[in-house]
Design a protein around this ligand. Structure first.
Ligand code: GDP
Ligand code: GDP
Length: 454
């Protein structure tokens, strides 16, 4: 084993010291048939797929290694998503949302020969408020005559359309130059790491008790901090001192002002929730313990998972929970919240103040997990033992070998396994469970990517 491991290691670019160097991520989005896969294939030339489990998403998201002008980056092809029950338009718009949360730059592909469709417009609406750089690609511009069609895509409001032909390669070199310009040197997950109060998103469906809890936590005005040396306070955030530390509750302006929930505002409330989660390091999701766990609760939790933030589940209105409801709630949790078993749970009452002080240690533990880095040596000892005891299932008559593992990033902990063959999703989930048993990660999502080396 060890001989092979060393040999493989030396062969992995950027892994000479056994460290995986995180590279920036480019997401490719757009409706089906515009030529995303063709473009991705054109860019990567040779295929080396990394399959990653994204919770809450029906399919695996596929990433590819790419390199241009000596710079390495990862391309995330979000194209294969199954349209949700709510239709293509919403599913593609959601793709774009996810790209804004996770990628360092976004390429949105439109078919110039068709022009902007309603779905393209929907995607553009989402991407127009993106803080992540967006490059608009007008594809299928196979010759000069089609340039006018490409120019018509200015109407999407995403800046200058960049015309290419993915099948012929026309314009793709210039596009790659532009992509490199847009990609930052350092991937976003390790930007803006520490320093300043830790950022908390207090989220949950309307009327679950967010304002009440924030009021309870900030209690008398004394604990609300207006000025902390070396920090700028965004007027929409609240700085609150809890457990001897200052915490930044992000985007709480609406909570403080008690905005009225107008009808039709649900979509905007959901955007707001998403952006608060993105801005935070840990999300406290409030759930009304006196009511059945709802779709809406689940959606908020899914947002936290997708965004990769630490998660605390706060079951509020505990003062209304009787023995019967408690039994029922446990059943609902078993049924609906299995996938976030790792999240810490706190039963609180914003009204009476019951147990609200327990939120702080829960947030602290979750953030600690979120920041955890497992040294490569320990990780590989663990991997050897785990795989020896339970090898991955055969595929096509061959036993995939797992050569080496490394933790690529923290926040959340993200692992990459280098293998000689594809690993089944079930086996990846098994490894995730074992990783958690061995190293904890209580309160934090973790991710496992597989890099297949043919
Ligand atoms: P995706 O669904 O967005 O990934 O689209 P595909 O990459 O599968 O492409 C959809 C169709 O458009 C395929 O038939 C491609 O051959 C075709 N196509 C992709 N790029 C171009 C292009 O630059 N020019 C032309 N004429 N056809 C293209
Ligand atoms: P938000 O929309 O999530 O900000 O929810 P609010 O804080 O405005 O609370 C909605 C309603 O639930 C209000 O009538 C609160 O008084 C009530 N409420 C909030 N927390 C609790 C609690 O712990 N117990 C009970 N019984 N009611 C609560």
């Amino acid at each position: 084993w060890s001989d092979e491991t060393e040999w493989e290691l030396g062969d992995i670019e950027g892994a000479a010291e056994g460290e995986f160097v995180p590279v920036p991520v480019l997401a490719v989005v757009g409706r089906p048939n515009v030529g995303k896969s063709t473009l991705v294939n054109r860019i990567i030339g040779r295929r080396e797929a990394v399959v990653e489990d994204v919770p809450g998403v029906t399919r695996d998201r596929v990433s590819y290694d790419a390199e241009w002008a000596g710079k390495r980056f990862t391309i995330q092809d979000t194209g294969g998503w199954e349209p949700s029950a709510k239709g293509l338009q919403q599913s593609v718009a959601r793709q774009a949302e996810l790209a804004m949360n996770t990628a360092d730059a976004i390429v949105v592909v439109v078919d110039a020969t068709v022009g902007a469709t309603a779905t393209d417009e929907a995607v553009a609406r989402v991407l127009r408020r993106s803080k992540t750089p967006v490059i608009l690609v007008a594809n299928k511009v196979d010759d000069q005559k089609l340039e006018a069609e490409a120019a018509a895509l200015w109407s999407l409001g995403l800046g200058e359309p960049f015309s290419v032909s993915a099948t012929h390669g026309r314009g793709t070199g210039d596009l790659l130059d532009k992509i490199l310009e847009a990609l930052p040197e350092t991937p976003r997950e390790i930007i803006g790491a520490t320093g300043g109060p830790r950022r908390v998103a207090l989220v949950g469906k309307p009327n679950v008790g967010k304002s009440s809890l924030l009021n309870k936590l900030s209690g008398d005005e004394r604990s609300v901090v207006h000025d902390v040396a070396g920090t700028t306070v965004d007027p929409v955030d609240s700085l609150v001192e809890l457990g001897g530390k200052v915490w930044r509750f992000v985007d709480t302006a609406g909570l403080r002002k008690r905005v009225i929930h107008a009808s039709g505002a649900e979509y905007y409330a959901s955007l707001r929730t998403r952006s608060a989660i993105e801005a935070a390091e840990v999300a406290v999701v409030l759930i009304d313990a006196s009511q059945p766990i709802s779709e809406q609760d689940q959606r908020v939790i899914t947002m936290v998972e997708e965004t990769g933030r630490a998660l605390v589940l706060a079951f509020n209105k505990w003062d209304l929970v009787d023995d019967e409801r408690r039994v029922q709630l446990e059943k609902e949790i078993d049924r609906d919240l299995q996938r976030v078993r790792w999240a810490l749970r706190v039963n609180v009452s914003a009204q009476t103040g019951r147990a609200v002080q327990k939120l702080v240690p829960a947030m602290e533990t979750s953030l600690e997990s979120w920041d955890t880095r497992v040294p490569t040596g320990r990780l590989n000892t663990w991997l050897r033992e785990t795989v020896a005891a339970t090898p991955p299932p055969m595929r096509g008559g061959r036993l995939p070998r797992i050569l080496f593992a490394t933790q690529a990033t923290t926040r959340p902990p993200t692992f990459v396994l280098f293998t000689t063959g594809f690993l089944e999703a079930n086996y990846r989930r098994f490894l995730e469970r074992r990783l958690r048993e061995s190293f904890g990660f209580e309160g934090s999502p973790i991710r496992i990517g597989v890099r297949v080396r043919e």
